[in-house]
Design a protein around this ligand. Sequence first.
Ligand SMILES: *Cc1c(COP(=O)(O)O)cnc(C)c1O
Length: 218
Amino acid sequence: MIVKENLSILLNNLPTKVTLVAVSKTKPITDIQEAYDAGQRIFGENKIQEMVNKYDALPKDIQWHMIGHLQRNKVKYMAHFVSLIHGVDSIKTLKEINKQATKHDRVIDCLLQAKIANEDSKFGMSFEEIKEILNSEEFLELKNINVVGLMGMASFSSDEDQLNREFGSLKALFDSLNKPNLKILSMGMSSDYEIAIKNGSNMIRVGSAIFGERNYLA
Ligand SMILES: *Cc1c(COP(=O)(O)O)cnc(C)c1O
C-alpha cells in the first residue's frame, strides 16, 4: 500500500501541467502493478532489457519511457513499444532510433539530453551540439523520430542556488530554440523535482519518492 500512498501524496501536490514519470528501475512487477492499479500509466526504466521484460509482463496500456543512457545496439529491442526516449545524446543515436522505428512503421518520440550538471558522470550534450543537431540537414531527413523536447539532470547537490542555475539554464535554452515541436522539458527527480518545476519543468522522473530507496545503485 505504501506505493499507492506515496503516489497520491506526490500527485496531490503536482501542478496539472506537470507529467509524472514513475521511475520503476530495479523494482519488481508487483510494485509497478500497485502503481498501475492506483491509476499511474507512465513508467520510466533505465535498462532496455529490464524494460522489455516488464513490458511483456504488464498491461499494454502502460507508456514506457527509456530514461537511461542508451546503448545503440539495444535500441532494436524496444523499438516496437517504447513511448518516449529521454536520453538521446548524439545524432548517431537518433539515426539508430530512426532506423529501428522505420522497421516497425512507427515514429518514436525523443528528448535530447543536455548536460547541465558540472559532474563528469552525467551524460548529455552541450547546448551548442543540441542547436547544431536541430538545425542540421541529416536531422531533418529522419522521418521516423520526433524530437519533442529536452531532458537534463542537475548535479547531485543540495545547493539550491546551483540547482536553480542548472535547471534555469536548460529552461532558457528550451525557450530560445523556438521550435513548435519542442513541448516537453524533462527535469527533476525525487530530491529536486520541486526546484525543477519552479524552473519550468513539465515532466518529472521520480523513483525513490514513490517506490522507496533502491537496493543498489542503478
Ligand atoms: C533513477 C533516475 C531517476 C529517478 O531517481 P530518484 O532519485 O529515485 O527519483 C530519474 N532520472 C533518471 C535519468 C534516473 O536514472
